[in-house]
Structures are given as structure tokens and as C-alpha cells.
Design a binder for this molecule. Structure first.
Ligand SMILES: O=C(O)CCC(=O)C(=O)O
Ligand SMILES: [Fe+2]
Length: 368
């Protein structure tokens, strides 16, 4: 993260007062303090699809993608999920179970520590990009707090890590995240190969946008979120509506609590997490790379009334020769002109942070 861009984010450490609201033993019965009350914002965000309405968030099976007999039809399913929803659940992914288990346990154990221990890595100084505290929330919610705590860290490239901000407690954490990060790199590579087939572009082109070159702006980061239970979930926000600003996102549920919702056709669709599956979504940069063929979808988190929820979210960054731009292979003169203006990666990152602070979507400003 370039220092000047990192300065554009403002994230706060969690105070004793906020912690008493979020985790206090009597927090469930108490009134929600003003700082967390966002009833109007929640109401204005639109209706939620009801529990019993039948709908199917696409499920993609990696084992089928890899099976020569089933690969073509499963690749088509992957493609339609990315085009129609920008989201899917991924089963049969082959990621090492022990690595997943250790990551889940380390995340859950970290959040169980007293605030003082967690604040050992609290956001500080100029660089509010990495550390522990309140997730950034600006725009219409400026001044209000999310019903959540989170750890944000750069995980790749290894030489870019600020290891001193990686939790030393629980002792398993650093090793678990290191291992998990490598597994996620492999998983993203595998997925991109099939996305390239679906898009009809060379695998080198798409993989190259995510992994080639020594551009330090291209890497991987993690957000580990904890949403404590909230008796009046309709009054608070776990994470406000947003699209993910990087390339591809892979989310792991550390428990089986639902809460993630995806906006489609003006309504919020709750994700019903499948045991053992990842939730994968298209980020704004993949949307641009594919010239809008794959769409990054708005999503948010609503806390659960009785159960806490913990997620481990990996973001894989991408760019083409230092630019956020449609892949040249996807464009075709007047037949398929660019739908987005190209922009330097650093300028993109800064623009994204400023837009987040204003509650707008930077991607919209790149539309041609
Ligand atoms: O925790 C979740 O379910 C979603 C988190 C998220 O949207 C994000 O970190 O960008
Ligand atoms: Fe997100």
C-alpha cells in the first residue's frame, strides 16, 4: 500500500465504551447507543427477500470444473454466476482442510481475547490500512459505527507484510494466516483459469493481471470480521452496502451464522452458507478487466440476533501494466468498445478510498 493512499483512510481503534456496547454481558438487553443506531439508513437501503422465498445463489463445484467430462457445463455455470450475480458459493474446492480449520480457530480465538490484547495491534498513526479496530465506514454513515470489529492485513507479497501488526495471540495466528494466504493464492489461480475459458481470453492474460510482474500495488489482503449478536439487528449495520474494490474476493465462514446479503434487482438476497463452501465474488477491478461482462455486486452484512458471526475474507488485487483497464483481448474496435476508462492503479486506489469516504462508488466514475 502506497503511504499517500493509506492516509486517505480513516479507521478508529475500539474504545472501552464501544466494546461495552458490542460485547458487554448485558449488551443484548440494553438500548442501542446513538453511535450505533442507523435505523433510517437500514430502512432506506431496501427490502430483504423473505426467509421462505425460493431463490438459488449459484453454486459452483471446483471438482466438476476439473473433471474433463463435466468441465464445460460447470465452466458455463461459473460464467453465468459471475455475469448474473457477481457472487457464487464454491464447493469441492480442494483447499487443505487443516489450513482452513486452523484459520477458523485462530480467527475465533483472536476475537475472544480481551479488548486490551486485541488493541495491541490497533489502527495507529498515518497508516490506517492495517491493524485492528472499527471497519472503515464513511458516506451516509459517517460518524456512526458498524456493529463489528475487524483485523485488516496485507498478506502478499510476503516482503510487503507488516508482521508486527499480525496478532501474536493466539500463538497459532501468524502461521495459520501465512498458510491460508498461500492456499488462497492457489485457489484464485485455479478459478481464474476457468474464468478465462468462459471469457474466451488467454489464461496468461487474466492470470497475468492478477499475478505477473513485480508491481507492489498488486497483492493480497485479508479482512477478518467479527459481528457480535445484536438483539435489534434492524437498527444497526454490520458492514454498510458496498462493492469490493479489488479483483476477486474469497470469503470463509468461521462459523455457520448467516448475515451476508447481496443486492439484486433492488432487493437484498441473504446468503445461506453451505457447509464447507467458500463465498466468492467479483470485485470492481475484475468487472473492469472483463469490460463489464462480470459484474461486481453490492453487498452488506446484517448482524444475527442471537449468534456471533466471524468471517475471513481474502481480496486478490489486479492490474494490467500498472493500470486498471479492460483486458486488451476483450476489446474489439467498434464491435466491443471499452466501457470503462483506463486509470493508473495508484490513482484508482486513492479514488476508491475517497469515494468510500463519501459513500459513492468510484467504479461509476470510470464509465464511458
Ligand atoms: O463478512 C462478510 O460477510 C462480508 C465482508 C465484506 O463484505 C468485506 O470485507 O468486504
Ligand atoms: Fe465486501
Amino acid at each position: 500500500m502506497e503511504a499517500a493512499a493509506a492516509k486517505l483512510i480513516s479507521r478508529d481503534r475500539i474504545t472501552d465504551a464501544a466494546a461495552a456496547t458490542l460485547f458487554g454481558t448485558d449488551s443484548v438487553s440494553r438500548q442501542i447507543p446513538e453511535k450505533f443506531t442507523r435505523t433510517d439508513e437500514v430502512r432506506a437501503a431496501g427490502a430483504v427477500v423473505s426467509e421462505d422465498e425460493a431463490f438459488e445463489l449459484p453454486v459452483v463445484d471446483m471438482a466438476k470444473l476439473l473433471d474433463p467430462e463435466l468441465s464445460a457445463s460447470e465452466t458455463a455455470k461459473l460464467g453465468s454466476a459471475c455475469r448474473e450475480w457477481g457472487f457464487f458459493q464454491l464447493t469441492g474446492h480442494g483447499v487443505d482442510e487443516a489450513a482452513i480449520q486452523r484459520m477458523k480457530e485462530s480467527a475465533l480465538e483472536f476475537f475472544m481475547l480481551p479488548l486490551e490484547s486485541k488493541n495491541a495491534i490497533a489502527f495507529r498513526g498515518d497508516d490506517k490500512f492495517q491493524g485492528f479496530g472499527h471497519h472503515f465506514s464513511g458516506g451516509p454513515s459517517a460518524g456512526k459505527l458498524d456493529w463489528a470489529e475487524c483485523v485488516l492485513l496485507l498478506t502478499q507479497p510476503v516482503q510487503g507484510r507488516k508482521t508486527e501488526l499480525w496478532p501474536a495471540n493466539p500463538p497459532s495466528f501468524r502461521d495459520a494466516l501465512d498458510r491460508y494466504s498461500v492456499e488462497m493464492t492457489d485457489l484464485v489461480r485455479r478459478l481464474l483459469r476457468f474464468m478465462a475459458i468462459d471469457l474466451g481470453v488467454g489464461q496468461e492474460a487474466l492470470l497475468g493481471a492478477f499475478f505477473s510482474g513485480d508491481n507492489a500495488e498488486k497483492g493480497q489482503s485479508v479482512a477478518i470480521h467479527h459481528y457480535p449478536p445484536c438483539r435489534q439487528p434492524e437498527k444497526v449495520v454490520g458492514i454498510p452496502p458496498h462493492t469490493d474494490g479489488l479483483g476477486l474476493t474469497v470469503l470463509l465462514h468461521a462459523d455457520d451464522t448467516p448475515g451476508l446479503q447481496i443486492k439484486r434487482g433492488g432487493r437484498w438476497f441473504p446468503v445461506r452458507p453451505l457447509p464447507g463452501a467458500f463465498v466468492v465474488n467479483v470485485g470492481d477491478i475484475l468487472d473492469v478487466l472483463t469490460n463489464g461482462a462480470y459484474g461486481s455486486a453490492e453487498h452488506r452484512v446484517v448482524p444475527h440476533a442471537e449468534r456471533g458471526r466471524t468471517t475471513v475474507v481474502i481480496f486478490q488485487d489486479a492490474s494490467v501494466d500498472g493500470l486498471v483497464a479492460p483486458l486488451p483481448e476483450i476489446l474489439d474496435g467498434d464491435e466491443a468498445p471499452a466501457r470503462y476508462n483506463s486509470i493508473g492503479k495508484l490513482e484508482y486506489t486513492k479514488g476508491n478510498f475517497i469515494a468510500l469516504g463519501q459513500g459513492t462508488r468510484f467504479l461509476d466514475s470510470l464509465n464511458r
